[in-house]
Design a protein around this ligand. Structure first.
Ligand code: ZN
Length: 1003
């Protein structure tokens, strides 16, 4: 066994990160650093993240969510929590099946991606004809990658979703949901792959598109007595305002008998035939009809009996709805614009008798009232829409639709619906149409096309006798809302999206005929699908370590019964009976129950933003259905995805970088930091190698600083605290850096608590770097070399690596253990630093700020005047001005808007400061100074009372001259109060000085 306490090569040019990573991974393993057990003395924190689907290796894009979860876990651990961060592997479902099938059928792209991008050996790829081999192989790949990334996972709890014991757990979950009436059998629409003959969800589609669909009403317009022309609409109430129909003259339609009976035949597109068939209709095509043939015919409105001309329009897409469109120009901006374009002749000359069609306004709403008002025209003119290809039309449509839906009332010309709100009338009209056989329902995907991973275009299918989770249940929705309201959601702006999804979710097919997974306990023909068996598995982590495949595992799937889960997870039943039934000892079962009560609920759940409309919301739904409120999840954290040089990562773009390869080439810590430092949580982060190299070199510098400090002196661990209390810390920059360290700790802690990781990293890597550079400059300009400097630098470095430890655990652990603290006891987990109030020194902070500002002021003057001075006189303000300053500061803290006369009054009769009243210009300037100070710093300045600017500037004079690029500049500082100031003030500048704003004379 190699010595884990291997010392770094103290003169190495660049650290060998892979070596350091291996060393610490081994220490973490040996010390079991991430194995968490019940510890009632400590508060627990359960961190979970959506487990991976092992159908391909992890690439950099997958790294973000897991890294963030790990950073969260490590931070909480450093704060003293007993953190449990477990991981499992999701084998369930069809993607693995689809991938295996693609390989078997000779898909070269996929083969090459495995072979060349991920370097999978040929013989391994050959074994992938057996789907589970794909999962087993990539499972190990991903797990190894997670270890190499330094994720602090308790691997004892690992499982896969096809483990027998896990299946027992899922059977229990499904039986329970069925008993609660939340699983129903019925006919409902689902996204469907016609080739696989299986429902599809986001997991099954190319590009991970959620197959959401929406319900249209098909309204059947009559054409003579022999045909109907069905038209799909989301606004059935506008049937009263139809003026004409649109047909595509270049499309061959069909006349078909739909469902039974002697009903007139439907004229629809061939695409519509397929849709109707999938949605439970019986469709027999009788003959074809050219679109052109329909042009010029008249249909009749089934409600108003109006005669409606049929016009040609090439914008009508046979794939949308029925392939025919109804025109409601008064309320549909698209229709109005189309008519307008035809008359203006700028699209087509197909239309001759447009002039007979007049918009029929049927809805009145605020802003759209009056006899001759056409709402579409108004909004089109207001937005300045140019033609029917103008993207503004979409805006016009959405705006008018929602305005009329919420504020509109139906007009006189709508019969019995006159006077109703649109929201009321919409559903009533729809029901009337459906009841009278004038309307039918048609489902369409919200975003088209949706493609299955097998390449086939998906459809909406109405499945009968299928098993559904009834997410449409109102009481269930209420509980889900309650959970979301009680929960912390990070970032909070995404909360409304969760509530929206809860409202919007309908019945969801929860079982499939093919794929890997658990069979429905009461109907063995069905396999529970992947987004339904992954909703409460976070509870399974608590027991999985007892069922695990290591040597101390002694529970097998055969021991697990429904009553076992009822007892351990719900606290129901009798321990004695469960023990008898399962043949497990009472003690063991009780341990699991106690551990569950200790570790549950989930304290935080991490996932990508794409899982909000499905997994994360299902996670909430199922928890509220199964567990008591005390065990509902407490927090959800959502993050955006990863782009590579501005582009979405995809195999076809060739920009996929396997995670393990990236770790080997660039170090785990740099990748972890790069994934989290460039974007806010919800934003997509843009990963670039240039940024990665920049980060790596910053981390290398931090490491080098440690090496440098440990080489420079062996006594560095002299107790700083003792020095401080002995008041041997006297130099301004020392006091300042010690104070700044506390400020940075305070800032970083506050930011970490809200997981604002980008800002935390900015503070640690950039702001603290500036602190360090300033300190070094100050020290260098004074020629200081004593031990105290290195002691303070060590304290700075120690704080910095501790703040960095959640993000760059290898660097932090290495620097702390092997460089800064050469003790025999290895600390695998560092503590998060806390603010030491005694080091906070506002005066030192102000004093260094004064110097920084002064240097900048002089540099500005030199730039503007192009002077090359040989001497600079600096005048600090008189004591009485400080009193004036204090008085004004007090006033402004109480009332930011204090006026000049308030100030005059406040200066009062004090003889020393009332003299200021004669200098209104000075007072106004001081007021400006004070108002421009950030509010949180005003009281700090007030507490300081008086700053000896003269001493501060004299102390920094060497730095000032070196910063001005001329060490020979003669710098003299005078107080306005001094006797001899007049002799040294040829231009009477001293009187212009103000507190924190010394006056200058350059020559
Ligand atoms: Zn398919």
């Amino acid at each position: 066994m190699p010595d884990p306490h291997l010392h770094p090569q103290k003169h190495a040019a660049r650290p060998d990160w892979n070596l350091i990573e291996r060393k610490w991974r081994q220490v973490w393993d040996e010390q079991k650093s991430f194995e968490s057990n019940l510890d009632s003395a400590k508060q627990k924190y359960l961190v979970t993240v959506a487990y991976p689907y092992p159908n391909s290796p992890q690439h950099i894009g997958h790294g973000r969510t897991y890294t963030l979860a790990d950073v969260h876990a490590r931070y909480k651990r450093m704060r003293g929590y007993n953190v449990l961060f477990p991981m499992g592997f999701h084998y369930t479902g069809t993607p693995i099946l689809a991938m295996s099938r693609r390989l078997v059928s000779g898909d070269k792209d996929l083969y090459n991606a495995f072979r060349n991008v991920y370097g999978v050996p040929t013989e391994v790829i050959e074994s992938f004809n057996e789907p589970v081999n794909i999962a087993r192989f990539f499972h190990q790949e991903i797990k190894q990658g997670m270890k190499e990334m330094g994720f602090s996972i308790d691997w004892r709890r690992e499982f896969t979703t096809i483990d027998e014991a896990f299946s027992k757990f899922i059977s229990w979950q499904f039986n329970l949901l069925k008993r609660k009436g939340l699983i129903i059998q019925g006919s409902h629409p689902v996204g469907w792959c016609p080739r696989d003959q299986n429902p599809v969800s986001q997991h099954d589609t190319l590009g991970d598109i959620e197959p959401n669909f929406i319900e249209y009403t098909l309204i059947k317009f009559k054409l003579a007595d022999t045909y109907v022309l069905p038209v799909a609409t989301l606004r059935p109430e506008t049937v009263y305002g139809v003026t004409n129909l649109w047909v595509n003259p270049h499309v061959r339609y069909v006349a078909a008998r739909v469902d039974e009976g002697d009903n007139p035949m439907w004229i629809i597109s061939r695409d519509a035939v397929m849709k109707l068939k999938h949605q439970g209709h019986k469709v027999d095509i009788d003959h074809e009809i050219d679109g052109m043939k329909l042009v010029g015919e008249y249909a009749s409105n089934p409600i108003t009996q109006n005669k409606l001309p049929i016009y040609p329009a090439s914008f009508v897409d046979p794939k949308d709805g029925s392939g025919l469109v109804m025109s409601v120009p008064a309320h549909a901006p698209y229709d109005f614009q189309a008519l307008l374009d035809f008359t203006n002749g700028n699209t087509s000359k197909e239309l001759h008798d447009y002039s007979v069609v007049k918009p029929i306004t049927i809805i009145e709403s605020e802003g759209y009232e009056g006899d001759n008002i056409v709402p579409s025209r108004i909004i089109i003119e207001r937005l300045g829409v140019k033609d029917q290809h103008d993207p503004l039309l979409e805006k016009a449509t959405t705006e008018l639709y929602s305005h009329e839906f919420y504020k509109g009332r139906l007009k006189e010309n709508t019969g019995k619906y006159a006077g109703m709100t649109v929201a009321e009338a919409k559903d009533l009209i729809r029901s009337e149409l459906l009841q009278n056989g004038i309307g039918e329902i048609l489902y369409e995907f919200v975003k088209k096309p949706v493609k299955c991973r097998c390449g086939e275009e998906c459809v909406v299918k109405v499945l009968s006798d299928q098993w559904f989770l009834n997410y449409n249940d109102v009481q269930w929705k209420d509980l889900a809302h309650e959970c979301i309201t009680r929960m912390d959601i990070v970032p909070d702006e995404i909360r409304s999206e969760f509530n929206y999804v809860v409202d919007w979710l309908k019945e969801r097919a929860c079982a499939r005929k093919s794929g890997l997974g658990t069979r429905l306990p009461w109907d063995q023909d069905w396999i529970i699908e992947s987004l339904s068996d992954s909703v409460i598995y976070t509870a399974y982590y608590i027991i999985s370590r007892y069922i695990h495949f290591n040597e101390d595992s002694y529970i097998t799937a055969q021991n697990l019964s429904e009553s076992f889960f009822n007892y351990v997870l719900l606290g129901e039943g009798s321990l004695k009976e469960v023990s008898e039934e399962t043949k497990l000892s009472e003690e063991l079962i009780l341990n699991m129950r106690t551990e569950f009560m200790y570790f549950y609920p989930v304290d935080t759940r991490h996932s990508g933003r794409d899982l909000v409309p499905n997994h994360l919301t299902f996670f909430v739904f199922n928890h509220v259905a199964i567990f008591d409120r005390a065990y509902w999840p407490r927090q959800i954290v959502v993050n955006g995805s990863v782009l590579m040089d501005g582009k979405k990562m995809s195999k076809s773009f060739g920009n996929i970088i396997p995670l393990r390869q990236a770790v080997r080439d660039h170090s785990a810590d740099s990748i972890r930091v790069a994934l989290l430092s460039s974007a806010e949580l919800l934003q997509d982060t843009d990963f670039s190698f240039e940024a990665l190299r920049g980060i790596r070199s910053r981390l290398d510098d931090i490491y080098q600083m440690g090496i440098h400090l440990s080489n420079s002196n062996d006594n560095i661990q002299a107790s700083l605290e003792q020095l401080y209390h002995a008041q041997s810390v006297t130099e301004s920059e020392d006091k300042w850096l010690l104070s700044m360290i506390q400020r940075r700790i305070g800032d970083a802690t506050e930011l970490m608590d809200r997981l604002r990781v980008r800002e935390v990293l900015h503070t640690i890597l950039y702001t603290m770097e500036q602190d360090l550079q300033w300190y070094n400059k100050r020290v260098k300009s004074k020629g200081r070399t004593e031990l105290l400097v290195n002691t303070i630098l060590s304290m700075f470095l120690e704080t910095r690596i501790k703040l960095l430890a959640p993000f760059a655990p290898f660097l932090a652990t290495e620097v702390w253990n092997s460089i800064l603290k050469e003790t025999t006891e290895i600390r695998a987990n560092l503590d998060w630093p806390s603010v030491s109030e005694e080091y906070i020194n506002s005066a030192a902070e102000e004093s260094e700020d004064l110097i920084k500002n002064l240097i900048q002021d002089i540099q500005n003057i030199l730039k503007v005047t192009r002077m090359k001075p040989s001497r600079i006189n600096i005048y600090t303000s008189a004591k009485w001005k400080w009193k004036v300053y204090q008085r004004i500061l007090e006033l402004i803290i109480v009332n930011r808007n204090s006026s000049l006369s308030d100030v005059m009054k406040a200066l009062g009769d004090d003889s020393e400061i009332s003299r200021a009243r004669s200098d209104v210009k000075l007072i106004k300037k001081i007021m400006e100074d004070v108002v421009s100070i950030p509010a949180e710093r005003r009281s700090l300045k007030l507490n300081i009372k008086f700053l000896s600017e003269l001493l501060a500037i004299e102390d920094a004079a060497p730095l000032i001259s070196s910063e001005l690029g001329n060490v020979n500049i003669e710098i003299s500082v005078f107080s306005e109060d001094e006797e001899n100031v007049k002799k040294n003030d040829p231009q009477s500048r001293a009187r212009l000085s103000r507190p924190f704003k010394p006056a200058l004379y350059l020559s």
